[in-house]
Design a protein around this ligand. Structure first.
Ligand code: ADP
Ligand code: MG
Length: 343
């Protein structure tokens, strides 16, 4: 999970799913951190070198240049000015937009990539703007623009939107980027790596000692860096969405960055956060956002459609429900929490 801090006037998303490398004494051959996709991206590899990191970061940089909403020249930005014929995007954004529309259907419309105009009113999604409470009338005006069903992706990857619609891949692109970076590393022969894109984790292969990877799950009710449990995974993605990733406080109320497309306001339910494990980073990313909005019961119904996925739901009152995660793989370290259900 991530939290914003202020450094040199840039708000930075800090990863607080806590990689517990020290627990198992994993060594790295190469390790690099860079600010991309609006967040801190770190890749650590075993059995590789700096040229492998160059290739992986170049891949992420290319994805950012095509899919970022904050870059005027990005393909995702240009879609808005595509007119009736739409704007032709590269295969990468084409695939991600199609999958995002699938998640729109799968989530009953809660996951909506056309949320951009509303997210902008809140000031989320742009590190140069302070998040703030928008006026009700501004939200009311922007809400009709939010409707993923008006987006069409043609066979040649021309993307056509309704008038005034804009696309925000913030809930899915980091997961895709992690998958692609992992592909690049695998291709160059790297056997073991940890890719961490602002809390969207992807582990490639086993650790150098052959043991599972261990990660601390942030305690959603405590200061950053305080973990409440440890999860073990062998491979694939671990992605978290929650109310404390990006948020601000106004008049004593907290507002987070996952927006209900029906109301224009942050989703309200009893969840503080949900962490998803899945073979695919893209799926894990979109699922974490969608499942967070759906809540535990409907969220588990959605997860059932994705083989080999797992989830840890944490409610605001400290109750934990796990889905598809063997009990030996998730250990509570804070006894203020209790596991109330295993599905
Ligand atoms: P993060 O990207 O901070 O790790 P998430 O993956 O949960 O967190 O995605 C939240 C981001 O998704 C928001 O910052 C915004 O860009 C976008 N978003 C917000 N509400 C929705 C929504 N209803 N459907 C799809 N994307 C959304
Ligand atoms: Mg997400």
């Amino acid at each position: 999970m991530i939290q914003r801090i202020t450094t040199n006037c840039i708000r930075i998303a800090v990863v607080i799913i806590i990689p517990l490398l020290f627990i198992t004494g994993c060594s790295q051959d190469a390790d690099r951190t860079s600010f991309l996709l609006g967040t801190i991206c770190r890749i650590q590899i075993n059995g590789g070198d700096n040229s492998d990191l160059d290739a992986a970061f170049n891949c992420i940089r290319q994805i950012e240049s095509r899919m970022s909403r904050n870059k005027e020249t990005s393909e995702v930005r240009k879609i808005a000015s595509g007119g009736d014929d739409g704007f032709k995007v590269s295969p990468g954004p084409c695939q991600v937009i199609k999958r995002a529309l699938d998640f729109g259907h799968l989530s009953g419309g809660l996951f909506d990539v056309t949320i951009a105009p509303v997210v902008d009113l809140w000031g989320f999604g742009n590190n140069d703007v302070d998040p703030h409470l928008p006026s009700e009338s501004a939200l009311k005006q922007a809400l009709p623009l939010v409707d993923y069903q008006q987006i069409q992706v043609q066979e040649d990857c021309r993307v056509v939107t309704g008038p005034g619609q804009r696309i925000d891949l913030g809930g899915i692109a980091k997961g895709y980027a992690a998958d692609e970076a992992a592909k690049v590393l695998r291709k160059s022969g790297v056997k073991s790596a940890l890719i961490n894109l602002g809390g969207n984790l992807f582990v490639l292969g086993k650790k150098d000692n052959g043991k599972p990877w261990k990660f601390g799950i942030q305690d959603p009710l405590k200061p950053t860096g305080t973990m409440m449990g440890i999860i073990e995974i062998d491979s694939g993605a671990l992605v978290t969405s929650g109310i404390y990733e990006r948020f601000f406080e106004e008049n004593g109320k907290k507002y987070h960055h996952i927006i209900d497309p029906n109301t224009g306001y942050p989703v309200k339910n009893n969840l503080a956060g949900v962490s998803i494990t899945a073979p695919s980073g893209l799926d894990a990313d979109a699922l974490s956002t969608a499942v967070f909005m759906l809540g535990i019961d409907k969220g588990c119904e959605l997860l059932a459609q994705f083989p080999n996925t797992g989830a840890i739901f944490i409610t605001k009152n400290g109750e934990i429900t796990t889905y598809g995660i063997a009990s030996a793989r998730f250990n509570l370290t804070n006894q203020d929490y209790r596991v109330v259900g295993r599905k």
